[in-house]
Design a protein around this ligand. Structure first.
Ligand SMILES: [Zn+2]
Ligand SMILES: [Zn+2]
Length: 250
């Protein structure tokens, strides 16, 4: 038993994804069909600014991503998503929360020409700081929390390599392959859990859902999820109307 066996098992699971780095941008004034945090959300004719069903306040616009700027291949017919959140109700993504406290909107054919401005009535007390993003390609592998869900064999092999600290050979290898060992805002890839693994299953087909975005706490954008937490957004390729949200923090 050696690490090359472990590597052979792990390598096919590598997902190419994109890491987003927000950078303050005071010029974000018009809605556009590209990736950014804060500012004016992309919207199309017929859209209105979403409000929270519980507190009635307008949601905060967090960010939007145009998938063609990233390595993530979205479900068919999805080109861009916008993400809104209610900081007053602070949903965690639990099953018993009323829907509408967070909102993800998918757009199939986003373009600057189709973009319209939607208006808030009230000022946003939690306004996201407008940021453009730097996009960098990255590789992702399941974290140790998620290994039994995505690659059980690797967990067994890693434990054979190091009985006392079974996670060590695996996490070392992941760091070698991906070149990273920290939380980040990622489009695609595997969730890096702050707490425990909780990849949801699609309520229609019961397959594991796929992470399309992990949104980290981002100083530059003024985003803090609880105590330096992370938001995870999942979709189902067979059922694009199924979207799940999960927030975890320390
Ligand atoms: Zn609310
Ligand atoms: Zn499904």
């Amino acid at each position: 038993m050696n690490t090359s066996q472990l590597e052979a098992v792990v390598t096919p699971h590598v997902r190419v994804c994109s890491c987003l780095e927000p950078k303050f941008d005071g010029d974000l004034e018009s809605p556009a069909a590209r990736t950014y945090f804060g500012g004016q959300p992309y919207a199309e004719s017929g859209d209105a600014w979403p409000s929270c069903p519980t507190c009635q306040k307008e949601l905060s616009f967090i960010c939007q991503v145009r998938f063609s700027e990233t390595k993530f291949v979205p479900p068919d017919g999805v080109g861009l998503f916008t993400f809104f959140y209610c900081w007053d109700c602070s949903p965690w993504g639990l099953d018993d929360e009323p829907s509408g406290q967070w909102v993800v909107r998918f757009y199939s054919a986003p373009s600057d020409e189709r973009a319209i401005r939607i208006q808030r009535k009230a000022r946003d007390d939690y306004e996201t700081t407008p940021c453009s993003v730097e996009v960098e390609s990255a590789k992702s592998l399941p974290d140790w929390e998620g290994i039994d869900v995505y690659c059980r064999e690797a967990s067994t092999l890693s434990a054979e390599l190091n009985d006392d600290e079974p996670w060590e050979p695996y996490t070392e290898l992941v760091q070698q392959i991906t070149g990273r060992d920290d939380y980040a805002t990622m489009i695609g890839g595997y969730p890096r859990w702050v707490q425990s693994e909780s990849t949801p299953k699609c309520s229609q087909c019961h397959h594991l859902m796929e992470q399309f975005a992990q949104i980290d706490s981002e100083d530059e954008a003024g985003l803090m999820w609880g105590d330096v937490g992370c938001v995870y957004l999942f979709c189902c390729r067979r059922h694009p109307s199924e979207i799940r949200f999960e927030l975890q923090c320390h």
